[in-house]
Ligand binder design. Structure first.
Ligand code: HDE
Length: 710
């Protein structure tokens, strides 16, 4: 894209969102001369000012203000990384509600006015690893959304898992210290597989339910775009009639919830540590805009105590069977970031950022969070962090908070207090838009304690375990076994295998056998046998199978069938997926009949067989062409490509001689052929789940149907 086109694109984007307009981009004029920070044009930036007579190099001079400025600025480029969620990726988008159905719960226009388009910025993250860690590690993912509403910023600082490890904010430093690299040697990075984490969670059974989620396939998402998001904490909504409701927030991805398999996640961690970051960018660049439905669960204030669990306990979900989800809006991400640091690194979320009509509950985790986020931004960004372009609201901001490090705003006038003799900038009653503090009667005894219902930790963990499919459970056993095998202190793995027996006897037994833990003789607690289908991620498969945004590799060698490749690419494009030619070299690959090296009539291979691995694609097709199939059959790497893809339960299709390559060279066990089918069944890590109908119009296609269940 030319610079002019890029600038035009920016101008269009600016017109699309008040927030983008507000960011005040630097005008990137390529004709602009290089200058110092104080604006002086620079004549030379490659040599430090030094004593130099052409033959001898003398000392460099401290007086070189240009050299010193450059180095000093560089020395101070880093700010403290986030104490948790340090590794992240972000994108811009917008939020809209479908109608005014939420008016009965809230007076916040962002949730009730369907004529509004509210700009958003979303940051996805991992929790444990530092800024440079890999994307595909087993971890919880952050899902933080900033809504730039006309009434001020509203942040939902959520996760991809609906429950949390602890019930009370005072335990947060403990859980974070326990999961982070150990203090004596700063090991491990991007992993919870170590003594300290499992020691802590073994002694803190309120974490059991969250640990199950993290060890399930949810801990290794295929893409940020294919995750659910949850506000986790219990918030409140207040309506114009003065009624109050408890609420939980949900994001449901249009593409369904999908995960990697563990072997893939491990390999991608080395092969492409930025996999999720690039995936987000690639999808938006290709116009496959990530989309989520926004839903709420609502409980009227009067019904707070109607449930067997405490609705203010963040280690519990509100089962959908009891409190149904109400879909009220959607969010679409349609713009990638321009510069990482000022946008993704400097974006700063705060659970206390709510707007009128939305409030807090007495959820003890949320109460602590409301203090912590502002506080941490002070150490990361300074007290004026809300003035930074990515953080500042799109509506007017005026108050008498003043000064502090890095103050940017300049106010004119003589008063900086309220009340003042001029009557400037006065508070407004909530009926005119002032923040509404819902009056709440509070009674109780001041004490360090938790409510009765906060003491029960295993019912919902069992419900989750019971609701998983067989292969999801098998993955759970493997994940626990992997993690506990990395703990070398017997106290740790013995105690955790004992804890698992409170959830399920089979689970505890299998894990204990694998890791040398305490093999139970019988259940520590009866399994209540209840299920809730929406706890399995299979529940969130897209209604219509789709290949949208999926990466499909076409594996070729010289001598392939050009017409088949062209037709395949057209079909893949029409399905809003991306096709990637993988060939013997990056560069031209020639079809049957073309003169090799002529530069004409070939297709451009995006990658060499060694350049990208099968793990980075969702599906594979081997087209026909006798010579191509023969060359693929003689190459160990291409055979490995397909076998590995098969092991990861991916779709594998072939046409013509490509089928012979698969049958005779790759020799996969247990596969049936579906000849001349025009649909491709897709099998993923969690069973026979379709990612798409690959309709290969008018081509005789042999599609492999893989009949494995795990
Ligand atoms: Fe956070 N959390 N958190 N957290 N959290 C932070 O704030 C904290 C919790 C979450 O992309 C920090 O700006 C406490 C639950 C996300 O910038 C810090 C407690 C949930 C992000 C902090 C929790 C989250 C953070 C570190 C328990 C899911 C990344 C840097 C009382 C609902 C936001 C920062 C981003 C970040 C504190 C628990 C989600 C230290 C004290 C529960 C997505 O303020």
């Amino acid at each position: 894209m030319s610079m002019i086109d890029a600038l035009k694109q920016r101008v269009t984007a600016v017109a699309e969102s008040e927030k983008i307009a507000d960011l005040q981009y630097e005008t990137t004029n390529p004709e602009q001369y290089l200058t110092t920070d104080h604006g002086v044009k620079v004549a030379e930036t490659d040599n430090w000012l030094k004593v130099q007579d052409g033959t001898h190099t003398g000392p460099s001079l401290l007086e070189d203000q240009i050299g010193r400025e450059k180095i000093t600025r560089f020395d101070h480029e880093r700010i403290p990384e986030r104490v948790v969620h340090a590794r992240g990726a972000g994108a811009f988008g917008y939020f809209k509600v479908f109608d005014d159905s939420a008016k009965k719960y809230t007076l916040a226009p962002v949730l009730t006015d369907s004529s509004r388009t509210t700009p958003t910025f979303v940051r996805f993250s991992t929790v444990q690893g530092s800024r440079g860690s890999a994307d595909t590690v087993r971890d919880v993912r952050g899902f933080a959304v900033k809504f730039y509403t006309q009434e001020g910023n509203w942040d939902i600082v959520g996760n991809d898992i609906p429950v949390f490890f602890i019930q009370d904010a005072i335990k947060f430093p403990d859980i974070v210290h326990a999961v982070k690299p150990e203090p004596h040697n700063e090991v491990p990075q991007g992993q919870s597989a170590h003594n300290n984490f499992w020691d802590f969670v073994g002694l803190q059974p309120e974490s059991a339910y969250k640990v199950l989620w993290a060890m399930s396939d949810r801990g290794i998402p295929r893409s940020y775009r294919m995750m659910q998001g949850f506000g986790v904490n219990t918030y409140t909504l207040s309506n114009a009639q003065g009624e109050r409701f408890f609420v939980k927030f949900h994001w449901i991805p249009e593409l369904g919830v999908h995960s990697l398999v563990w072997d893939e996640a491990l390999k991608i961690g080395g092969q492409d540590p930025d996999f999720h970051r690039k995936d987000l960018q690639e999808a938006i660049d290709n116009g496959a805009y990530p989309k989520w439905t926004f839903a709420i669960q609502v409980i009227p204030e009067a019904n707070e105590h109607d449930f067997e669990f405490d609705i203010l306990d963040a280690t519990k979900v509100w089962p959908e069977e009891l409190i149904p989800l109400q879909s009220i809006g959607e969010m679409i991400l349609n713009r990638t970031i321009d510069e990482y640091f000022p946008q993704v690194e400097q974006v700063a979320f705060c659970t206390a950022n709510v707007i009128s009509g939305i409030g807090f509950s007495d959820d003890p985790l949320l109460q602590g969070r409301n203090f912590s986020y502002f506080d941490t931004q002070i150490s990361r960004l300074g007290v004026n962090w809300q003035e930074l372009p990515i953080n500042r609201p799109v509506c007017p901001v005026m108050n008498y908070q003043r000064d502090g490090q890095m103050r940017h705003r300049i106010h004119q006038g003589t008063v900086n207090y309220w009340p003042n003799r001029k009557g400037h900038f006065k508070p407004v009653p909530h009926t005119d838009g002032g923040f509404f503090d819902h009056p709440q009667k509070i009674e109780g005894i001041k004490q360090r304690a938790r409510g009765k219902k906060f003491q029960e930790h295993y019912n919902q963990a069992q419900l989750f375990y019971n609701s998983l499919s067989e292969y999801e459970r098998a993955h759970l056993v493997s994940a626990f076994s992997f993690e506990l095998s990395h703990c070398d202190d017997p106290i740790v793995y013995e105690s955790y295998t004992k804890l698992l027996n409170n959830i399920d006897f089979d689970l505890a037994k299998q894990v204990a056998i694998n890791v040398g833990g305490v093999v139970p003789e019988g259940p520590a607690r009866e399994n209540h046998g209840k299920r809730s289908p929406s706890l399995s991620q299979l529940y969130y498969a897209p209604k219509e199978p789709t290949i949208k945004s999926r990466r499909i590799a076409i594996l070729v060698a010289d001598g392939f069938d050009l017409s088949q490749v062209e037709a395949l690419r057209a079909v893949i494009k029409a399905g809003s997926a991306t096709s990637w030619i993988i060939g013997p070299r990056r560069g031209w690959v020639y079809p049957e009949g073309a003169v090799a090296g002529s530069g004409k009539g070939g297709v451009w291979a995006d990658h060499h067989y060694e350049g990208q691995r099968s793990t980075l694609f969702d599906a594979f097709i081997v087209p026909g062409g006798a010579k191509s199939a023969q060359a693929l059959a003689e190459n160990g790497r291409t055979i490995h490509w397909i076998r590995e893809a098969f092991g990861h339960c991916k779709v594998i299709g072939a046409i013509g001689e490509g089928v012979a390559f698969l049958r005779e060279a790759v020799m996969l066990p247990g596969i049936e052929y579906q000849t001349n089918s025009n649909s491709s069944q897709v099998v993923s890590s969690f069973g026979v789940v379709t990612i798409g109908k690959l309709t290969l119009a008018n081509i005789a296609v042999d599609t492999l149907k893989i009949s494995q269940d795990d």
